[in-house]
Design a protein around this ligand. Structure first.
Ligand code: CMX
Length: 135
């Protein structure tokens, strides 16, 4: 089971339109694009930072996990995503060690990546996303 790199850091924001100018214009990151992730009720904007990315997450409905996060904690780091070579092997490893998973099977996320979330209770308070590039 190989972890390749930090794929992206997810930052919960109330409004992409309001926050994008900081990351793109003040910090000077390359704007990659935006996408709706219907299944999660979020709109995401990606910016490149070296071999990783920053993902701005804006909720599109009140029952979005990001809306709940904003309500409880306000804007800030929402999750860290690590790129793995084989997501099934990574999930099996977690299951074997009894680590609490949110997704026991991979599903499709932004950019058609295969993703699965690990519960923050398993990691020391950080929501972790495992992701693998689509074939
Ligand atoms: N990071 C760290 N801790 C978090 C957290 C986050 N993003 N979200 C919730 N928590 C904490 C809560 O504060 C709570 O802590 P305490 O018990 O100490 O108060 C604990 O985790 C569990 O909270 P909960 O009430 O049981 O669970 P929630 O209903 O708040 O849901 C979570 C939390 C992580 C299970 C849910 O948000 C989830 O399933 N997330 C995965 C999907 C997701 O986040 N999708 C959006 C991104 C999509 C994308 O990038 O494509």
């Amino acid at each position: 089971m190989t972890v390749e790199k930090i794929d992206h850091i997810g930052i919960a924001v109330k409004s992409i339109e309001e926050r994008l100018p900081y990351y793109r214009d003040a910090l000077g990151l390359k704007y990659i694009g935006e996408e709706m992730v219907e299944e999660q009720n979020v709109r995401v904007a990606f910016l490149g930072i070296g071999e990783s990315r920053i993902e701005l997450l804006e909720p599109t409905s009140e029952d979005s996990p990001v809306a709940k996060f904003l309500e409880k904690r306000g804007e800030g780091i929402h999750h860290i995503a690590v790129r793995v070579e084989n997501i099934e092997a990574a999930l099996e490893n977690h299951k074997g060690l009894g680590s609490r998973l949110i997704d026991s099977e991979p599903r499709v996320g932004a950019h058609r990546m295969r993703i699965a979330f690990v519960h923050p209770k398993a990691t020391g308070g950080v929501l972790l996303e495992l992701c693998q590039e689509p074939e």
